[in-house]
Ligand binder design. Structure first.
Ligand code: GLC
Ligand code: CA
Length: 558
C-alpha cells in the first residue's frame, strides 16, 4: 500500500474570502479588509486553519480583481497594506495561515508594464506580453478568448495585436521572457517576506504557450486552448517558482482548468520534481454540465462518484487532493448537486460527502450557511464579464431572449456565488450600512443568515463545525485511504476510509425519497460509533435502514 507522508497543509482546512462581498466596514457598499478583520473570530470558530484571499490588489475590476494593476499593494476599495498586515498578524496569533491569490498568467491592461509595453515595439516592456503583427487585416491566429470574442486586441498606434486569453483588460504575460519570470518571483518574495504562507495560483497551468502560437481547433469559445492548457514549458517554469517556495515553509495550490488526473499526478507527485502541492481540478464540478457550467444537463451522482473514485485512488500516496464544492467561479452547490427544497438536509449531506474524503477541504464564504443561487431577471443587474459574454453567445448562436438567458444565468452563472454574505436578518443582510450594496443581496437573507445559523444547533453552519473538528481530531479522515461501495447506485454515495486499523464509513443519500441501505458485507454498524449524523437516529446500530431525505451518517470503527 502506498505510504502517506504527513504535512501541515494536508491537515488544514481553508476558508476562501472573495472580499468584495464578504463584509463592508465603512458603509460604501463594498466589502473590505477591516470587514474581514471584524469577522476573524467567526472564521476561526468554523475550525479552519487558514484563509485564501481571492485577489485583493489594486485593479480596474474588469474581472473583479483577477486583473491586477499593482501586485505589491492593496486595492484601496478594500483598505491598505497596514489593514492587510493587521489581518496577517492576527491570523498568525490565532494559529491560522494566510494565502494570497497569485494571478500571473495575465496582468491588467492598466498595469504599468502593459502601459509601457504598448508605447513602442522597442520599449523594454514590449516583450513582457504577446505582441504580434496581424495577418493582413486579420489577427495573428484564430484563437478565441475564454471570456469575450477574439483573443487578440488591435493597437492602432503599434499596428500590432496583443494576446488576451481572458478579457481584453487581461493581457497575457509572456512567461517565455526570463525577466517576466523574475518579476513573478519578486512578487512571491514580497508577500512571503511579509509572512504570507503560500499561494493559490490562478490558471497557472496556462502560463506556457506553444511556440509560434499556431491556429487552434475551432470552438465557440477558447479556440486555441490545446496550445496553452498544458504548454511545453509549464514544468520548467513551475520548477523555477517552486525553488522560491522552497526557501520558505509555504505551499502552493494551482488552479488547473481542463487538467485531468494524469496531469495532476504528474504535477503534484511528491519528491524532488514536485511542481505543486495540490491542484484545483474541475472534473467533479462537471457532473451537471458539459465541459462548462453554462451547458447544463441533469446532475449525475454516478458521474460524481466515478470522478471521486478515480482521483481519490490515483492521488493516494502520490500527491494530495484539494477538496472543494464551491468557490467564486461556480453557482451555489445546493442548487446544483443538492436540493433547495431540502436546503439544510442536502447542504449538510454535501458538506459531509466532500470533507470526509482524503484531501484539504476548502470552504467558500456563505457555503457554510447554505447560501443559495439568486434569481436576477435583467441583464443590467449582472456584473460579470463572463455573464455578458455568454449572453452574446446564447443570443447570437441560439436565439435566447434576455428573459430566457437570465433564467439560465440564475441557475449557472458564477455570480450566484458573489452576492453579499448574509450576516443577519437586518437591512442589507447586515453586510453593509449603505443604502445599497455593490451587488444584489439574495432576498432569502431573512431566513438564511449567520445570526440565525448560530442560534440553531442543527444548522448547516454548526454541522460544518462538527465535521472540521472531527477531521482535525481523527487522523483517519486526513490520512486514510478510500474505498467505495455500491458504485452503481444512483442515490447513495457510500465510502470507507481505512487508517492504522481504524475504519470510517460514510453514507450519503442524494435522494429526497427513502433509499434502502444495507451495511456492506462484513461491517456491523452496531460495532461502530455514529460520530456524525444529520438526523437524530433512533437505532444507529441497525444494519439495514431506509434513509431520510438527503441523510448522511459517518461511523467510526476502532
Ligand atoms: C480563474 C479565476 C477566475 C478568473 C480567471 C481569469 O479561473 O478563478 O475567477 O476569472 O481565472 O483570471
Ligand atoms: Ca467598504
Amino acid at each position: 500500500m502506498a505510504e502517506i507522508t504527513k504535512k501541515w497543509y494536508k491537515e488544514m482546512s481553508v476558508y476562501q474570502i472573495w472580499c468584495r462581498s464578504f463584509c463592508d466596514s465603512n458603509g460604501d457598499g463594498i466589502g473590505d479588509l477591516p470587514g474581514v478583520y471584524s469577522k476573524l473570530d467567526y472564521i476561526q470558530s468554523l475550525g479552519v486553519d487558514g484563509i485564501w484571499f481571492s485577489p485583493i490588489y489594486p485593479t480596474p475590476n474588469c474581472d473583479y480583481g483577477y486583473d491586477i494593476s499593482d501586485y505589491k499593494s492593496i486595492n484601496p476599495e478594500y483598505g491598505t497594506l497596514d489593514d492587510f498586515k493587521m489581518i496577517l498578524d492576527d491570523c498568525h496569533r490565532r494559529g491560522m495561515k494566510v494565502f494570497m491569490d497569485l494571478v500571473v498568467n495575465h496582468t491588467s491592461s492598466e498595469h504599468e508594464w502593459f502601459k509601457e509595453s504598448r508605447k513602442s515595439a522597442d520599449n523594454p516592456y514590449h516583450d513582457y506580453y504577446f505582441w504580434r503583427k496581424g495577418k493582413g487585416k486579420k489577427p495573428p491566429n484564430n484563437w478565441l478568448s475564454v471570456f469575450e470574442g477574439g483573443a487578440w486586441e488591435y493597437d492602432k498606434n503599434l499596428d500590432e495585436y496583443y494576446l488576451h486569453v481572458f478579457a481584453k483588460g487581461q493581457p497575457d504575460l509572456n512567461m517565455d521572457n526570463p525577466k517576466v519570470r523574475e518579476e513573478v518571483k519578486s512578487i512571491m518574495r514580497f508577500w512571503l517576506d511579509m509572512g504570507v504562507d503560500g499561494f493559490r495560483e490562478d490558471v497557472i497551468t496556462f502560463i506556457s504557450k506553444a511556440e509560434g502560437l499556431p491556429d487552434g481547433f475551432p470552438l465557440p469559445i477558447a479556440t486555441g486552448i490545446e496550445h496553452y492548457k498544458h504548454g511545453p514549458h509549464l514544468e520548467e517554469y513551475l520548477d523555477e517558482f517552486r525553488a522560491v517556495m522552497k526557501e520558505y515553509d509555504c505551499f502552493a495550490v494551482g488552479e488547473g482548468p481542463q487538467m485531468g488526473l494524469k496531469d495532476a499526478v504528474e504535477l503534484c507527485s511528491e519528491g524532488p520534481s514536485q511542481k505543486l502541492d495540490m491542484l484545483i481540478s474541475f472534473d467533479h464540478m462537471n457532473c451537471d454540465c458539459f465541459m462548462v457550467d453554462w451547458i447544463k444537463r441533469p446532475f449525475s451522482l454516478r458521474k460524481l462518484k466515478n470522478v471521486y473514485d478515480r482521483w481519490q485512488h490515483e492521488m493516494y500516496g502520490k500527491g494530495w487532493n484539494s477538496l472543494y464544492i464551491e468557490n467564486h467561479d461556480h453557482a451555489r452547490i445546493i442548487d446544483r448537486y443538492g436540493d433547495v427544497k431540502f436546503r439544510v438536509e442536502s447542504g449538510k449531506m454535501l458538506a459531509t460527502m466532500y470533507t470526509m474524503q482524503c484531501g484539504t477541504p476548502f470552504i467558500y464564504q456563505g457555503q457554510e450557511i447554505g447560501m443559495t443561487n439568486i434569481e436576477i431577471n435583467h441583464l443590467y443587474d449582472y456584473k460579470d464579464v463572463m455573464t455578458f459574454n455568454n449572453y452574446r453567445l446564447f443570443h447570437k448562436l441560439l436565439g435566447y431572449s434576455e428573459k430566457r438567458f437570465c433564467k439560465l444565468a440564475s441557475q449557472v452563472s458564477r455570480e450566484n456565488a458573489r452576492t453579499p454574505v448574509q450576516w443577519s436578518a437586518e437591512k442589507n443582510a447586515g453586510f453593509t450600512t449603505a443604502d445599497k450594496a455593490w451587488f444584489n443581496i439574495n432576498p432569502n437573507y431573512k431566513e438564511i443568515n449567520v445570526e440565525q445559523a448560530e442560534k440553531d444547533p442543527k444548522s448547516i453552519l454548526n454541522h460544518y463545525r462538527k465535521l472540521l473538528k472531527f477531521r482535525k481530531e481523527n487522523e483517519i479522515v486526513i490520512y486514510g485511504d478510500f474505498k467505495q461501495y455500491y458504485k452503481s447506485s444512483d442515490k447513495l454515495f457510500v465510502y470507507e476510509r481505512n487508517y492504522q486499523g481504524q475504519k470510517l464509513l460514510v453514507i450519503c443519500s442524494f435522494s429526497a425519497d427513502p433509499v434502502r441501505f444495507k451495511a456492506p458485507e462484513g461491517i456491523d454498524l452496531s460495532a461502530g460509533e455514529l460520530v456524525i449524523n444529520t438526523y437524530d437516529v433512533l437505532d444507529p446500530g441497525e444494519n439495514e435502514f431506509s434513509t431520510k431525505p438527503y441523510e448522511a451518517r459517518v461511523y467510526l470503527f476502532k
